[in-house]
Design a protein around this ligand. Structure first.
Ligand code: LLP
Length: 470
């Protein structure tokens, strides 16, 4: 029999695992520390998607990314359905695949009707190989190469043009081709909104001093240029993104209002803007005190501001797009590690080392991100020690969690770090030549491999040994 979660793993009054009634009320996945399907089974082990985490580690090894399909599907549906409910015009949710781009994830979001935001030729290639529909792929980045632009054009994706260099290159490519045989290239323009929000400096993008987007103070020149080049460029929309891991709702409402002003200006230049993309950015719960809005609470006011703005300006409702990454996939995944060495420095600190670290999760060392963990094979034991979880890399800063609250642990226990779906695998590396972990997708008691564990052979696959060194 599967028990409800034990009180012992509640911290500061908030539980890591959702109660059955919470799940039935369809909690927003971005507000839950563990994936929605997480349970504690009768062996006192953590179970996700009906799979015992300790069994998964025996079968697939560790570290192991474990992705809960129920959580990912729920998040996709909540975004999609909230737009349907609160917006009278057409809408399209895109998955910002930079959060985790691989064939299986792209295929899942595509199957639920989402489009895909890609930020490089590699992400575009993966999305296409996963069967995603190019009409729903939008290509970002602030420095697309000529080859990437051509790849995007040939695939039929929409290019979100970031700057004059790209705009001029596109016109050049189109002129060389004697204008495109398939008609003008479908583009959007990314503008810098000049909106500040409270998040880590590295993941703020909306402020004026940003490498992304056209200067909003030079819109006249931009729109005048685009309106003259309509035989080459079909500018269907405007785009902006203010940053990531944001808990406030106001900045996105301000952005929506600002985009209406941009839209009104574009119309005066005879540019037929039919799409507005308000970007992503909704935050997730990494620790008990994080309190992000639900997906629905984020979507609703944005829709209201756009509808109201268009009504006042007497403009038809544009197709409304957004492109969340973290809030779709962040809490759907955990990383399971095996605990190895430990070291107690009396009066100072106890280190517990795991078999991964900054190579599979570079966020703590990059952004000082805070994570929470549980011990998958000791779920009901009370937290009785404060320890520092260290990775295995040759780097003092390779600490996954400082001052983690855990039950007493021993070598061989399985440590599960929560909320690792976004920007973990996608930012992973082979530092110290660690092979990247495997990833499994779990649902209904079945685990399917979605990323094979890298082997030592994989690590030298791209190495070349010149003849004279042999
Ligand atoms: N759209 C654009 C144009 C973006 O640049 C981003 C994220 C998103 C959408 C998705 O934002 P989200 O919904 O995931 O917040 N590596 C950092 C996050 C970088 C975000 C980059 N852009 C981290 O690990 O926190």
């Amino acid at each position: 029999m599967v028990s409800t979660f034990p009180a012992q793993i509640q911290t500061n009054g908030s539980s890591y695992i959702l109660s059955q009634s919470d799940r039935q009320q369809s909690v927003s996945p971005n507000q839950s520390l563990l994936p929605l399907s997480a349970k504690v089974n009768d062996r006192d082990n953590l179970e996700i998607g009906g799979c015992d985490v300790t069994t998964l580690v025996k079968q697939f090894g560790s570290p192991l990314y474990i992705l809960d399909e129920e959580s990912l599907q729920t998040a996709c549906r909540q975004y999609r359905d909230s737009f349907k409910q609160y917006y009278k015009g057409e809408s399209q949710v895109l998955y910002a695949s930079k959060a985790w781009n691989c064939l299986a994830v792209c295929a899942i979001v595509h199957s639920l009707g989402l489009g895909i935001d890609v930020a490089s030729g590699g992400e575009l290639y993966t999305a296409l190989q996963a069967g995603a529909n190019a009409e729903k792929i939008y290509f970002h980045s602030n420095n697309k190469s000529r080859d990437e632009l051509i790849f995007a054009i040939e695939s039929g994706s929409t290019i979100v043009v970031d700057n004059w260099y790209e705009l001029n290159t596109l016109v050049e490519i189109a002129s060389e081709n004697g204008s495109s045989t398939d008609g003008p290239y479908r583009i959007m323009l990314r503008l810098t909104p000049g909106i500040d929000c409270h998040t880590h400096d590295y993941i703020r993008t909306g402020q004026l001093d940003s490498k992304f987007g056209f200067d909003p103070n030079a819109l006249d020149d931009l729109f005048a240029f685009v309106s003259k080049k309509q035989s080459f460029l079909n500018c269907v929309g405007l785009h902006a993104h203010i940053g990531s891991q944001i808990f406030e709702k106001q900045p996105h409402q301000d952005l929506a209002a600002l985009m209406i002003e941009w839209l009104k200006k574009a119309v005066t230049y005879g540019i037929n803007i039919t799409e507005l993309n308000v970007g992503g950015g909704l935050g997730i719960k990494y620790v008990e005190s994080d309190d992000p809005p639900t997906i629905e609470e984020w979507v609703k006011p944005i829709c209201e501001v756009i509808e109201q703005g268009c009504h006042v300006a007497n403009l038809p409702l544009p197709k409304l797009l957004c492109e969340p990454g973290r809030s779709l996939i962040g809490t759907t995944c955990v990383t399971a590690y095996s605990i190895g060495a430990s070291k107690e420095i009396p009066g100072i600190r106890k280190y517990i080392s795991v078999d991964g670290g900054m190579s599979d999760n570079p966020r703590p060392i990059t952004y000082q991100s805070i994570y929470r963990a549980v011990v998958a094979n000791k779920m009901s034991l009370p937290f009785t020690q404060t320890v520092t979880i260290a990775g295995k890399h040759c780097e003092s800063g390779d600490i996954l969690i400082k001052d983690a609250q855990l039950p007493l642990t021993e070598s061989g226990d399985i440590l599960v770090v929560m909320g690792t779906g976004a920007y973990n695998y996608s930012m992973s590396s082979n530092y110290n030549r660690l092979p990247r972990p495997a990833a499994v997708l779990v649902a209904d008691g079945e685990a399917s491999l979605i990323l094979q564990r890298e082997s030592y052979q994989d690590l030298i696959r791209q190495d070349c040994l010149p003849e004279r060194l042999k």
